[in-house]
Design a protein around this ligand. Sequence first.
Ligand code: BES
Ligand code: MN
Ligand code: ZN
Length: 523
Amino acid sequence: MSALTLSTSSATTQRADVVVIGVAKGSKGPVVALGGETVDKAYGGKLAATLEALGAGGSEGETTKLPAPSAGLKAPVVMAVGLGDAPGKNEAYDLETLRRAAGTAARALSGTKKAAFALPVEGAAAVAAVTEGALLGAYAFNTYRSTADGKAGGGSKRGGKPESKKDKDAGAPLAEVVVVGAKARDKGHKAAAERAEVLAAEVSRARDLINTPSNDLTPAVFADQVREAAKQHSLDIEVLDEGALAKGGYGGILGVGQGSDNPPRLVRIAHTHPRAKKTLALVGKGITYDSGGISLKPAGHNETMKCDMSGAAAVFAAVVSAARLGLRVNVTGWLALAENMPSGSATRPGDVLNMYSGKTVEVLNTDAEGRLVLADALTRACEESPDAIVDVATLTGAMVLALGNRTFGVLSNDDAFRSTVHELAEDAGEASWPMPMPTHLRKGMESPVADIANIGERPGGGLVAGLFLKEFVDEDVLWAHLDIAGPAFNESGPFGYTPKGGTGSGVRTLVRLAERTATGDLT
Ligand code: BES
Ligand code: MN
Ligand code: ZN
């Protein structure tokens, strides 16, 4: 991740490769946002006019680079990033606007070494937003590239022009972020920036895991990575391997994993605080690859299914965040890891599984596997009587059809808790929407042979999945289910601080939820 420093010096004195300023849409053309005043002065007060002449209007997502004036600025280049409509008098910029603008600029600055962000930061929350946006926007996943810019293989190997250092740097993320206007000596500013730095690092951890192809991220490898992080951050850890799962009767996780050569795992990690009054349990769907199993997915539906462990990645990252932030709350993460593959040993449609809860499930569609692994993990998590339990899963295509690619669904057994989760997500900068659990949909899951079938009627498929999960949650514990199938993996172009590929959806919401749990008031 990019290095971070805070600076109270003026934007004009920043020793950086680029100074980033904000430009908003005013009623009479673009206006330079707060934070950019001294830069504007260096241009003789003509920065807005110059930007307008260059075609910049201040829209969100817009970046404009211009050479620094001949005198008055230490940095050689200025980048103006659009902030959208200018806020009214005495109104501040929306935090998500700042986050996105910083992210857009950071993305546009890949290949640059050091950038100073002189955006409108009044107060600790704005400092956090700019920091978070810049660090998240500067993310790149280059693990599998021979050259960082992705021009595959490098010329030298193919007999073309030799690979140069410059080529390699072009795709490298922005290395150093300076947040101008943030006071390192102000306790509030410092804490806000540090929290943002932890969040960005942990969202990046989730993104890396999601982007790692399934041939390199099996359930066992995932569990090993959790073990390593647990050691580093002093978390409790327990890994149930296939033997332990069989002994414990985890029929859901085993049933999903049995078709694969890579056996399943159930991982428990826990952050505990000696003065914690509440315990939050988080459960993540960790299908390291979802082929659909015997109910095989058609071509066109399986290319992105390495992302089906995004829920587990979010839970993992959130528990580590809680530890790094020293939150005064216990947070237990359960990662239900399995690979869903078709083979001679795979579960067949029509098979009945004996779940960890004691219930039986008729598997009518092996592609509805997420709910099976989650069911076992939810039952197990409930045994520890947490104050609240939240599962995160790329669970249904139906939720993507309902809410689109950028919004996750929130289902719950408690209306107030569902609202809390929705509000916390908004606060964290993650789009979500409350969804109902109409009880009449339970009927569709009636099975002639078992307690329940793993699919129901097709309409409202995301809600049906929620009703299935509910069967495995204690009635008297607050529970919410986040279906992140839409926002977990970005198949279109990058935007704001969201890259292509794994997004780390859910992490920031879960951390807010842990912080909220620490206050003792969840509804
Ligand atoms: N992992 C998929 C859901 C998914 C779809 C995630 C698109 C991300 C993007 C899940 O396991 C699945 O296959 N669900 C089925 C359930 C159906 C068989 C009831 C679906 O949504 O089609
Ligand atoms: Mn599936
Ligand atoms: Zn799946």
